[in-house]
Design a protein around this ligand. Structure first.
Ligand SMILES: [Zn+2]
Length: 196
């Protein structure tokens, strides 16, 4: 996957803008980065921005490039490294604001929670097909039963999660700690059994 797709798929424009200190009012409107804007007329969405004043629009990479005055490729690299989505642990310089670091931590928690549900959903979908009984006399496998019991529930949780604000998402991670760790255990165990 290219760095561009990776950044676009995994980061949320609204929370990234907030981490970079772009003031975000209640209704996700900010002052436009492209025209002289006195009252916020640029709307932020999770995957793009749009200015009702001058019509400027683009994705998260365009946004960061414009905000920092760098090229799109540099912006993609910066986003990837600032939010550790390249998997590299980054050395944080002392002058970086604690606000940014807190934000980054929250972003990682958010991403981890989402990936846990997504991986579990993948596993359940796979189980539902792979362990489907062929005859009605067959004893149902625990994996098939789990997929019957949990599939709709996980989908429901993921739908809810998509609608939540960052604060609500962090609360969710805390409240559903046990459910999430059971999910992780379920798909980790399954992967181990495939290797063995
Ligand atoms: Zn504008």
């Amino acid at each position: 996957m290219s760095i561009f797709t990776d950044v676009k798929e995994r980061l949320d424009l609204k929370s990234v803008a907030e981490c970079y200190g772009v003031k975000n009012s209640k209704n996700d409107m900010i002052c436009c980065l492209f025209h002289d804007d006195r009252t916020p007329s640029m709307k932020l969405y999770h995957d793009h921005y749009y200015c009702f004043g001058c019509g400027a629009h683009g994705d998260i990479i365009d946004f960061a490039a414009r905000h920092f005055g760098i090229s799109n490729y540099e912006a993609a690299q910066k986003l990837s490294s600032d939010f550790s989505i390249d998997g590299n642990v980054r050395i944080v310089s002392a002058d970086e604001s604690s606000y940014f670091n807190r934000c980054k931590q929250e972003k990682l928690t958010e991403l981890e929670t989402w990936m846990t549900m997504l991986n579990y959903l993948d596993k359940l979908t796979k189980w539902q097909n792979e362990y489907k009984p062929i005859t009605s006399f067959e004893k149902l496998s625990p994996q098939f039963i789990e997929s019957l019991l949990k599939l709709d529930y996980v989908k429901y949780l993921m739908d809810e999660y998509l609608e939540m604000s960052i604060e609500e998402r962090l609360k969710f991670t805390e409240e559903f700690k046990e459910t999430l760790s059971e999910m992780t255990k379920a798909f980790k165990d399954d992967e181990l059994s495939l290797v063995a």
